[in-house]
Ligand binder design. Structure first.
Ligand code: SAM
Length: 179
C-alpha cells in the first residue's frame, strides 16, 4: 500500500475513484495482455505509477509509453517513482488523446480512469476519442470495479472480452477490446 497515494486519493476522491493504487496482480494481468510487437502504448490516469511500472517491465526496449495524469501530486509521485527513457508524462486530460496523437496512431490504450465518476457525455467523448486514436486492430484495455459502464464499452468496441482480478482492493474487471 502507498500512504501518499491514499492521502491524495482521499482528498481527490471525485477524480481518483479509489483509495488504493492498483495491486501488482491487477497491474501484471493488464500488462500481460499487451502483445510483444507493439511500438506505442498510452496509459490514461497513471496515478503514482503502479500500472505504469508494470507496463514498462512488459514492453520491449524500443517501445514508447505516454501517460496522461491531471493530479499535480500524483505527477510528482510518478516522476519520483518511475524513471525510464521510454516514458513521457503528459500533464493534461486524457480527453486530449486524439488531439495529441491523431487518428489510427496508437497500438494499445490502457485506461485506469474512474469511468464510474464521469458523466455520460464525458464517457461518450472519451470512448470516441480512444477509438479514433487507436490503429485498426489496436487494443483498448480498461479496468473497473463494476460492470456499470459495459454499455459504453460495447457501443464503441463490439469486439471485447472480460477478465476478473480478485487480488485487488477492490476486486476489478478488465475489459480487453479491439478496434
Ligand atoms: C483509479 S486511479 C488509477 C491510478 C493508477 N493508474 C493505478 O492503477 O493505481 C485514476 C487516476 O486517473 C486520474 N484521472 C482522473 N481523470 C483524469 C483525466 N481526465 N485525465 C487524466 N487523468 C485523470 C486520477 O488523477 C487518478 O490518478
Amino acid at each position: 500500500m502507498s500512504p501518499k497515494f491514499t492521502r491524495n486519493a482521499i482528498s481527490n476522491i471525485k477524480s481518483t475513484g479509489t483509495f488504493f493504487p492498483s495491486s501488482r496482480f491487477l497491474a501484471n494481468k493488464i500488462s500481460r495482455l499487451i502483445p510483444d510487437n507493439v511500438t506505442n502504448v498510452v496509459e490514461l490516469g497513471a496515478g503514482n505509477g503502479a500500472v505504469t511500472k508494470s507496463l514498462l517491465a512488459h514492453m520491449s526496449a524500443d517501445a514508447s509509453l505516454d501517460c496522461y495524469e491531471i493530479n499535480a501530486e500524483f505527477i510528482k509521485l510518478l516522476k519520483n517513482n518511475v524513471s525510464d527513457e521510454r516514458l513521457t508524462i503528459l500533464e493534461r486530460s486524457a480527453l486530449e488523446i486524439a488531439n495529441d496523437f491523431g487518428n489510427d496512431a496508437i497500438d494499445v490504450v490502457v485506461s485506469c480512469l474512474p469511468l464510474a465518476l464521469f458523466n455520460d457525455s464525458m464517457k461518450e467523448e472519451l470512448m470516441a476519442e480512444i477509438h479514433k486514436s487507436l490503429k485498426p486492430g489496436g487494443l483498448f484495455i480498461q479496468y473497473q470495479y463494476s460492470l456499470k459502464d459495459r454499455k459504453f464499452i460495447n457501443k464503441y468496441f463490439a469486439k471485447n472480452t472480460l477478465k476478473f482480478v480478485l487480488r485487488n482492493a477492490p476486486p476489478a474487471f478488465i475489459y480487453l477490446c479491439e478496434k
